[in-house]
Design a binder for this molecule. Structure first.
Ligand SMILES: [Zn+2]
Length: 198
């Protein structure tokens, strides 16, 4: 009984991970139990290492283990262009497409009225702060092409207008209702190239 409780607790915790259903959680739990002590401790120490050493970049809210992330601190990136994404995984997807050479701003979420997520819950204020010194000439809004992504884009677009920067949106050619991190690199790279004034 005791064993079953411990296994169930492990399965329940794994099932909380994004994209993991109960069946996969059970498979992962049994796998963890089957590996050697050494493999299990490597897994545990990678989790605790990542958790203790990785934090959010204070400029763009990407994740980093340095003071400022490698994109913000790179002189090879075009700092006059900011691409606004909802989550770090969207930044990774755009980086994989290889089409973009500017910097990013990760909102850490989206406006989602159904779940009571308002503009104050995401990093919009910090985005506007970044525009104050006039170095930024273009803001590319790359929120997801779905309902919440669209209302977030419209809201942010309105706030950006007074700054006189060029505002573009990449999601135009992307399938409606999709999420950026599920889009393949070729489509994403074309969507970035074909970005339209917003
Ligand atoms: Zn950064």
């Amino acid at each position: 009984m005791e064993i079953e409780n411990k296994l169930n607790k492990l399965i329940t915790e794994i099932a909380k991970l994004p994209g993991i259903g109960p069946k996969s959680a059970e498979r992962i739990a049994l796998y963890i139990l089957s590996v050697s002590d050494n493999e299990a401790s490597v897994l545990l120490s990678s989790i605790s290492d990542a958790r203790s050493k990785i934090h959010l970049c204070p400029v763009c809210f990407n994740i980093t283990d340095s003071k400022i992330c490698n994109i913000c601190s790179s002189s090879n990136r075009d700092h006059s262009k900011i691409c606004v994404v909802e989550e770090v995984r969207d930044l990774f997807a755009i980086e994989r497409s290889g089409e973009y050479d500017g910097v990013y701003h990760v909102l850490q979420g989206r406006i989602d009225p159904m779940n009571h997520l308002t503009p104050e819950n995401i990093r919009i204020k910090e985005l506007l702060e970044r525009l104050r010194d006039g170095e930024v000439k273009e803001v590319i809004i790359a929120t997801n092409p779905n309902f919440n992504g669209d209302i977030s884009a419209i809201y942010i677009g309105k706030l950006l207008r007074p700054f006189g920067v060029k505002i573009t949106r990449i999601a135009m050619g992307l399938p409606k209702g999709t999420e950026i991190d599920f889009v393949d690199s070729v489509t994403l790279s074309m969507a970035m190239k074909d970005r339209k004034e917003f």
